[in-house]
Each structure stands twice: as structure tokens, then as C-alpha cells.
Design a protein around this ligand. Structure first.
Ligand SMILES: NC(=O)C1=CN([C@@H]2O[C@H](COP(=O)(O)OP(=O)(O)OC[C@H]3O[C@@H](n4cnc5c(N)ncnc54)[C@H](OP(=O)(O)O)[C@@H]3O)[C@@H](O)[C@H]2O)C=CC1
Ligand SMILES: Cc1cn([C@H]2C[C@H](O)[C@@H](COP(=O)(O)OP(=O)(O)O[C@H]3O[C@@H](C)C(=O)[C@@H](O)[C@H]3O)O2)c(=O)[nH]c1=O
Length: 287
């Protein structure tokens, strides 16, 4: 049995949608991962072989003024899960982010690159990674991913579809570069890591590179083609300075996926636009 921590999130719902008998998702009403006694009680009752942590504080801007809550979930709770898994020889798959890096790179970032977060969300996720690395005898995979969207939950794709239906025009930052990643593929990678007890830090994103502007343009083009949008609106490429946000975001956070060729060879790696097309084929928009 693989226990997934998180239930209503994008990744957790994609894991549930795999419809496997050996996966069970626990939401915050089922388990309090900030409480080591509750973790011990609830996980002992499930007798898992592995745990996938799909829960996180993911509100990047809100985290800037909600630091305690971000660290509680992204750092302290991760350490609690790690300690329990180490004590019971369970493999822990933990998911982390490209926002642990400051974006000052010019080529895909390798897993061993030192963590240099810019904001509270990235720093709290970096602290969670470091906590796992410090636990003796813990069998763990850290899967760093980026720019995640899914047919489930809240994400950039749904935000864009909503704005494109409501606004006469949009400006989207074109100087932040990364890789959009569908949670459906990430879910497959997480299960693979859990089953095979893949060790260390690995980078999983879909393939290819885009700016948020490129991503938005593709969303509009494909969504209009699929009949999800009635008309196309003008989308202008803007700079980070043109769109001020509480949290700074990395300018370049393309992740190097070289380690996937051996550790995750069985899991299909698809271009982000292929995955986006599949996701947009799978959804309907309610007006
Ligand atoms: N979204 C993105 O763009 C990216 C995400 N990631 C990482 O991927 C992982 C999955 O992200 P994603 O699926 O998008 O996350 P979501 O924001 O969609 O979901 C977050 C999950 O965290 C759980 N959660 C939130 N607060 C609490 C709490 N106080 N106690 C317990 N559980 C809580 C929710 O649980 P519940 O079901 O109980 O409501 C929910 O399932 C995270 O580790 C994230 O950092 C990495 C890169 C990009
Ligand atoms: C809505 C909007 C956003 N933007 C910009 C702001 C920002 O630079 C970029 C993306 O905005 P978002 O706030 O949706 O994305 P953000 O929350 O920064 O996404 C991140 O989430 C966390 C959880 C991660 O781990 C990261 O990998 C990444 O996916 O788009 C515009 O330029 N115009 C707009 O109209």
C-alpha cells in the first residue's frame, strides 16, 4: 500500500485518478502531518510500504506574509514524515520545486546544484529538502518539478482560461523561463519512485522550454481550437517589472532531467505542449 499525503491537490488527485488498488490518499481531515503522534497512529493503521508527500503550502505570494504556515507544512511536516519513514523503513517520495533556485542560470539546472531560493515558498521547500537529507537511514526520493497544472485543482491554465474569457487583453511575463508540467505524468513518476525506492534528488518536468507568455499563448491557441474559448484576445509579452508580485520568481528555472534516463526510463517523457493539448482535450469549461 502506498499512502499519499494530500487529497484535494493537483498531484494527489492525479494519483487517485490512476485508480490503483494499492494507492490511498489521506487528506488533512484524515491525518495531521504536523503532529508526529498523529502521523505515527494513522500510518501504523495503514501499514504502508511507501509514502508520497503531495501536500504542501503552494501559495507563492501569500507565503511572503504567512511564513510560519509555509514552514510548518513545507519544512516541519516534511521532517515529521521523514522521521517516521526512517524509523519504519518506509520509502518516502517527496515533491519539491524549481523555486528552490534563484534563476541565475543559463543552462538546465542539475539536481546537485546548491539551493538558492528567492522567496519564502522556495526557502520553506528548500528547508524541507534539507531536513530529509539530514535524517539518517531514510530511504527517499525528492522529485523536483515545476510549473505544475492538471485538469484538477487551481493552476495557471485555469487562471488563463478564465482571464481570456473575461478580459479584452492580457500581458504575461516573457522573461521567466521554465517548463510547464502536467501533474498526470508527475503522478506516474512518483509511483515509480515509490515502487522502486529510487534514491536521491531527481528532476521531473515535461520536456521543452517556455516562458509564461509562451505558455499562455499556447493555452489560448489550443483552447480556442478545442472550442473552450469563443475568441482569441491579444496577449502581450511583458517584463517581470511590468507585473509586480510580493514574491520574486526565478528568471530561468529549466531543470536538467538527465538522471531520468536511467532511474525513470519506463515513464514516458512528453513535450509540454503535447501534455497541454491532452489536458485541454479532457476538460470542459462551465460558464
Ligand atoms: N503547483 C505547482 O506549480 C508546483 C508544485 N510543486 C510541488 O508539487 C507538490 C504538489 O503540488 P500541487 O499538487 O500543485 O499542490 P496543491 O496546491 O494543488 O495541493 C496542495 C495539497 O496540500 C494539502 N495541504 C494544504 N495545506 C495543508 C495542511 N495545513 N495540512 C495538510 N495538508 C495540507 C492539501 O491537502 P488537502 O487535500 O487536505 O486539502 C492539498 O492536497 C507540492 O510539494 C508542491 O510544492 C512543485 C513545483 C510546481
Ligand atoms: C495572472 C498573471 C500572471 N502573470 C505571471 C506572474 C508570474 O510571473 C507567472 C506565473 O504566475 P502564477 O502565480 O500563476 O504562478 P506561480 O504561483 O509562481 O507558479 C509556481 O507555483 C509554485 C507552487 C511552484 O512550485 C512553481 O514551480 C510555479 O509553478 O505569470 C502575468 O504575467 N500576467 C497575469 O495576468
Amino acid at each position: 500500500m502506498i499512502i499519499v499525503i494530500g487529497k484535494s491537490g493537483q498531484l494527489a488527485q492525479e494519483l487517485a485518478a490512476l485508480d490503483r488498488e494499492d494507492i490511498r490518499c489521506l487528506g488533512r481531515n484524515d491525518i495531521d502531518i504536523t503532529d508526529s503522534q498523529d502521523v505515527a497512529n494513522k500510518l501504523a493503521a495503514c501499514q504502508p510500504t511507501a509514502v508520497i508527500n503531495a501536500a504542501a503550502y503552494t501559495a507563492v505570494d501569500k507565503a511572503q506574509s504567512d511564513e510560519v504556515a509555509a514552514y510548518k507544512l513545507n519544512h516541519e511536516a516534511v521532517a515529521v514524515l521523514g522521521e517516521y519513514c526512517a524509523a519504519h523503513n518506509l520509502h518516502l517520495v517527496h515533491v519539491s520545486t524549481d523555486y528552490v533556485f534563484n534563476g541565475q542560470y543559463h543552462r538546465p539546472i542539475t539536481p546537485a546544484t546548491p539551493r538558492t531560493p528567492l522567496g519564502v515558498y522556495g526557502a520553506s521547500k528548500a528547508a524541507g529538502e534539507a531536513a530529509l537529507e539530514a535524517i539518517p537511514k531514510l530511504s527517499f526520493t525528492i522529485i523536483r518539478t515545476a510549473w505544475v497544472y492538471s485538469r484538477f485543482g487551481h493552476n495557471f491554465v485555469y487562471t488563463m482560461l478564465k482571464l481570456m474569457a473575461q478580459k479584452p487583453a492580457l500581458g504575461i511575463v516573457a522573461d521567466q523561463i521554465g517548463t510547464p508540467t502536467c501533474a498526470a505524468g508527475l503522478a506516474q513518476a512518483a509511483v515509480h519512485a515509490a515502487q522502486h525506492r529510487i534514491s536521491g534528488i531527481h528532476h521531473w518536468t515535461d520536456t521543452g522550454v517556455a516562458s509564461w507568455f509562451d505558455f499562455a499563448v499556447a493555452i489560448q491557441r489550443i483552447a480556442q481550437h478545442k472550442g473552450l474559448l469563443e475568441k482569441a484576445i491579444p496577449i502581450a509579452p511583458i517584463t517581470t517589472e511590468d507585473f509586480p508580485t510580493p514574491a520574486r520568481r526565478p528568471a530561468y528555472s529549466v531543470l536538467c532531467k538527465a538522471s531520468l534516463a536511467t532511474a525513470f526510463a519506463d515513464i514516458p517523457q512528453l513535450h509540454w505542449e503535447t501534455r497541454l493539448t491532452a489536458m485541454l482535450s479532457d476538460i470542459t469549461i462551465e460558464n
